[in-house]
Design a protein around this ligand. Structure first.
Ligand code: FES
Length: 103
């Protein structure tokens, strides 16, 4: 496991998905719910939509705008719609104001 710094915690607004770009990695989608951060792969597993840029967050769910696949941001599992494959979810925490994940 490697820890990487994704972004500043204060860049994340509750209910508004944030896209974090880290060189050498595919984009990450970062969420905040009740002051807790959650991170999943940004690309929808159905096709190639960006969940952070094109999805809608409803609590712990992210809904892809392309075909309405819905995933749980806590574990990446598909909830409904065309989401046979789960999203990759990354253990995340905040340290000294920085969102950290393990990859
Ligand atoms: S690309 Fe996300 S549901 Fe089809």
């Amino acid at each position: 496991m490697t820890q990487i710094q994704l972004c500043q915690a204060d860049e994340i607004t509750e209910g508004e998905p944030f896209q974090a770009i880290i060189p050498g990695h595919p984009p990450f989608a970062v969420f905040k719910v009740e002051e807790q951060v959650y991170v999943v792969q940004d690309e929808c597993t159905h096709a190639t939509a960006s969940l952070s840029l094109e999805g809608t967050q409803e609590g712990f769910h992210i809904i892809c705008s392309w075909h309405e696949a819905t995933f749980d941001i806590r574990n990446g599992k598909g909830i409904s719609g065309p989401c046979e494959k789960p999203l990759r979810a990354f253990p995340a925490h905040v340290a000294d104001g920085v969102v950290m994940i393990e990859v």
